[in-house]
Structure formats: C-alpha cells, structure tokens
Write a protein that binds this ligand. Sequence first.
Ligand code: ADP
Length: 167
Amino acid sequence: MRIAIYPGSFDPLTNGHLDVIQRAARLFDRVIVAVAKNDSKHPLFTLAERTALVKKAVAGLPNVDTDSFDGLLVEYVAAKKARAIVRGLRAVSDFEFEFQLALMNRKLDENIETIFMMPKDTYTFLSSRIVKEIARLGGNVSPFVPPNVQVALKKKLEPPRRKDTKK
Ligand code: ADP
C-alpha cells in the first residue's frame, strides 16, 4: 500500500490545495492530508476548524483521509507507515524554501521521499494568505475555495453585529 502524507497549515484549504490532493490521490493508494498545528504562524482558524474544513472538502475522495499532527513531520510520516511527503509548487518563489525543507527531511529520515506537484495553472497565484486578505476586505472568494471554506471565512471575518436597538 503506497501511502503519501500531504502536510500543511491549510489556514484555510484552497482550491489549489484541493487540486494537489486530487492529483496525489491518483498516484497513491492512500493520501493523508495532515494539518499541522503550527501555532507559531498564528493561524486564523484553530487546528480543529482547519481539520474539519479539509475533512468536509475531501469527503468525496474515497482514498483521502484527514488528520492533524504536531511535532516533527518525519516522525509523523514514519508512524503512519508512509514513504512519501507531497508538497505543492506554485512558482519559483516556492522552490527555495521547499527544496531546503525536503533536504532537511531527508537528512532526518532518508527513507522518506518528497514529491512535488504543480497545480493547474489557474491556481498558481492562489495562497491561503491572499484568500484571507480578500475575504477580510469583503471580496468574493468563491472561485478560490470550496463552498464550506467560503462559509467559514464569512463567519470568521464578518464584523460583529452591533446591538443597536435605537431606530
Ligand atoms: P505551509 O504552512 O506548510 O506552507 P500551506 O497550507 O500554505 O502550508 O501549504 C501546504 C503546501 O501546499 C505547500 O507545499 C504549498 O506550497 C502548497 N500550496 C499552497 N497553495 C498552493 C496552490 N495554490 N497550488 C499548489 N500548491 C499549493
């Protein structure tokens, strides 16, 4: 059984991430989307929220599971008996960091390979950070995220309703 782990913050999941998940699901028997706790990044959504959003969005993909993890990625990968880490590459700008990360992970555990996948070209400009920025400014994010993420962003970023009783 070929198992791949797709780790990330997924704060929140975008259609770019989903595209990578679908491609990986065609190559591996099982893909586990592993949501990283990543407190140091001060995510907008909690770990439980990010995990639930991924879980719902991948519900139609039979060989894709969702999980969360904290700590060293290679240890998590080994514990799941996986041999591959999947990462997405959008542009040259992703390369340097991803290259460093892949080689460091190989130093930590040489049995684990990192596989890079390029998303559909229309998703190469997409990032969770940009999606959050658009949502914060009241823009329409429906082309960029699955419907459940769109709803969650609206809820999270909507200004609190004024309890103004005066007419
Ligand atoms: P991290 O905090 O680990 O970078 P992200 O959730 O931002 O987590 O991204 C997880 C992985 O998905 C990374 O490899 C990132 O390069 C990739 N990725 C993010 N957005 C896209 C996209 N639009 N298309 C393809 N890959 C993407």
